[in-house]
Design a protein around this ligand. Structure first.
Ligand SMILES: Cc1cc2nc3c(=O)[nH]c(=O)nc-3n(C[C@H](O)[C@H](O)[C@H](O)COP(=O)(O)OP(=O)(O)OC[C@H]3O[C@@H](n4cnc5c(N)ncnc54)[C@H](O)[C@@H]3O)c2cc1C
Length: 576
């Protein structure tokens, strides 16, 4: 029987978009007081594998395990498939990856049947796509929706995992595979009086299913990360007044989205093998490949022309396809940062506002780069105000307004674009217990320790898709998800073929991999900057210290290492 420490759990059900749509129910950090015991008496169901999460990872893992002939069951908090694209329904939500580089690549039929309508598809289209995938491969019959896994414990004697859901249902399986998502736990700021606001409040990562009308409304957006930027540029179109509360500006680059016409559609479909090959070869599995030159190897004029070209190209090219040293050499980074600062000053009319929008504490690309469509021009509109909350902090929220140290801003709607408890957040919210009852929270108290970002010493048969220290965390994610899932599937097949029942990494393999992750990261400029890349979230207790969450050696090197480990009979793992 699973032991539960409910005091530490945060349930996404308590963030129901419907409830938020109804008004002032900002319940992101609410801790449930009681277990709902409704299903506690139900018999424990048994499977070969349990998968937590029905996003892109969980759906694909289910498909692959079924092909192996395993019984697999997915447990998903939401009431539909799609993960990120199920939850993030806020206006403006869309890809930063080129649509045709993001979709699954495993099925030729699927690739040919699905038409992406835009180079960077909006959320509704991606959610439609993932539902199309679920239908095509008949995935739903093995998914239990509205089922938040709250606890998972390894039973040593039986060599199996037992999970428990929020309503007390239990299930057992030899393998437990987490597909819980790198950005699936929305976080709220801890402002005094937040629950007293009488207007409507929304978190972008828990947006209601019904549209929200901003016409004639006084709207606040708190947060200017990738999501904040997307939502701000949409809300500014119709709100009577939009007040943006910015703690920290980011360097934003043009998305340059456009529709895909019939001829381009035909070309995309004919060239999928080349598109995916290009992704495979690039550091982050995007179609953009880093330029092999260093920034200082060209003249200032040539460099400027190159930056202009990247700025005029769609997508992440300016981040991923730039000189190879802009994310490692401060001088190289300064050249592109200065270029980006110049662009902001050109696009924003009021130079006082432009200065507020220019990051002062980090260089370009060392935090997640938001992609934008006329974002900077929003601040030229008369209906938009920018409030720098480092100058005038938010002091509290009252029933009708946000109060800063300087002013009171009367509001009808507050949008929290305050991000996620990234990468480890979804793990922290499940009471995971391995050998001897040791909790994963305890094991990771000083930061994650993993082998290949896929397994953890002391937690046999637990496999973590898109986990910390896995290349998928810094990737055009579905490309890395496919690698993760296929590698895990091969491991399970290998074990079955050799009648092996238990896999767990050695302490030494875990130590070496964790140190390797740290060593790689130490070369990167992003380790000198506070961001979710470094495990920082000022709204989450205990997440104020920098830790290395990402594998920064690049997807090709990661894939090579995983393949090598497998080829050597799963070196570094103890298989029994
Ligand atoms: C707004 C936004 C835009 C993005 N755009 C891009 C992009 O352009 N390109 C890119 O590569 N990546 C992007 N990402 C990252 C995105 O998260 C990944 O691309 C991808 O969707 C991850 O898929 P996943 O299946 O691993 O996780 P998710 O899609 O997050 O799915 C995880 C699922 O697990 C469920 N879950 C979590 N915990 C539990 C639990 N305890 N019990 C039951 N269920 C649980 C969640 O409800 C969720 O449905 C974006 C993220 C966001 C938030």
């Amino acid at each position: 029987m699973v032991t539960r420490t409910l005091a530490t759990l945060v349930h996404l059900e308590d963030l129901s978009g419907d409830r938020q749509a109804g008004g002032n129910s900002v319940t992101v950090n609410v801790v449930p007081e009681q277990v709902k015991p409704a299903a506690a008496h139900e018999p424990v169901k048994r499977y070969d594998a349990i998968i937590i999460g029905a996003g892109i990872s969980g759906m694909y893992q289910l498909y692959r395990l079924r092909q192996l002939g395993l019984t697999a069951r997915v447990f998903e908090t939401g009431d539909g498939v799609g993960g990120t694209w199920y939850w993030n329904r806020y206006p403006g939500a869309r890809f930063d990856s080129e649509s045709y580089s993001y979709g699954y690549s495993f099925s030729q039929d699927l690739l040919q049947e699905w038409d992406w309508s835009e180079h960077f598809a909006a959320q509704p289209e991606t959610l439609r796509y993932l539902n199309f995938v679920a239908d095509k491969f008949d995935l739903r019959r093995d998914i239990e929706f509205s089922s938040c896994v709250t606890a998972a414990a390894y039973d040593e004697a039986a060599n199996c995992w037992e999970i428990e859901t929020g309503d007390g249902r239990r299930a057992r399986a030899q393998f437990l595979i987490t597909a819980v998502g790198p950005l699936s736990i929305p976080t709220m700021p801890n402002y005094e009086g937040i629950e007293t606001f009488r207007g409507k409040s929304f978190h972008t990562g828990k947006w209601p299913h019904e549209p929200v009308n901003f016409t004639g409304q006084r709207v606040a957006v708190i947060g200017t990360g990738a999501t904040g930027v997307q939502v701000i540029q949409e809300v500014a179109k119709t709100a009577a007044h939009l007040t943006v509360f910015q703690r920290r500006p980011n360097y934003c680059a043009p998305l340059l989205n456009r529709p895909i016409d019939a001829e381009t559609q035909r070309k995309i479909k004919a060239s999928y093998p080349e598109i995916f090959e290009r992704c495979r070869e690039s550091h982050g599995c995007f179609i953009h490949k880093a330029d092999p030159r260093k920034a200082a190897e060209v003249s200032p004029e040539e460099r400027e022309a190159f930056y202009e070209k990247l700025y005029a190209d769609p997508g992440f090219g300016i981040w991923m396809g730039n000189f190879r040293d802009i994310l490692t050499d401060p001088l190289a980074n300064e050249t592109i940062s200065e270029f980006m600062r110049k662009k902001i000053r050109e696009r924003v009319k009021d130079q006082g506002i432009a200065e507020k929008l220019i990051p002062k504490d980090h260089g370009f690309g060392t935090r997640r780069v938001p992609l934008e469509t006329r974002y900077y021009e929003v601040y030229n509109q008369p209906n938009v105000t920018l409030v720098d909350i480092r100058e005038t902090p938010i002091q509290r929220i009252v029933p009708t307004a946000i109060m800063t140290s300087a002013t009171e801003y009367e509001l009808d709607i507050i949008i929290y674009a305050t991000g996620f408890d990234a990468i480890t957040g979804a793990f922290d919210r499940i009471d995971i217990r391995g050998v001897g009852g040791r909790t994963l929270n305890d094991k990771w108290a000083d930061g994650p320790r993993t082998y290949l970002g896929i397994q953890i010493e002391g937690f046999p048969n637990l496999l973590t898709l898109v986990g910390p220290h896995n290349a998928a965390t810094f990737c055009n994610i579905p490309r890395c998800i496919e690698q993760n899932v296929e590698w895990v599937t091969d491991l399970i097949r290998y074990m079955r073929d050799k009648s092996l029942k238990r896999v767990v990494p050695t302490q030494e393999a875990e130590r070496v991999w964790t140190e390797h992750v740290y060593e790689l990261a130490s070369r990167m400029l992003f380790t000198k900057v506070d961001s979710w890349f470094m495990g920082i979230n000022t709204n989450v207790p205990g997440k104020q210290k920098r830790t290395f969450l990402l594998y920064s050696g690049g997807a090709p090197a990661y894939r090579e290492k995983c393949d090598e480990v497998a080829a050597r009979g799963y070196e570094g793992f103890t298989l029994t």
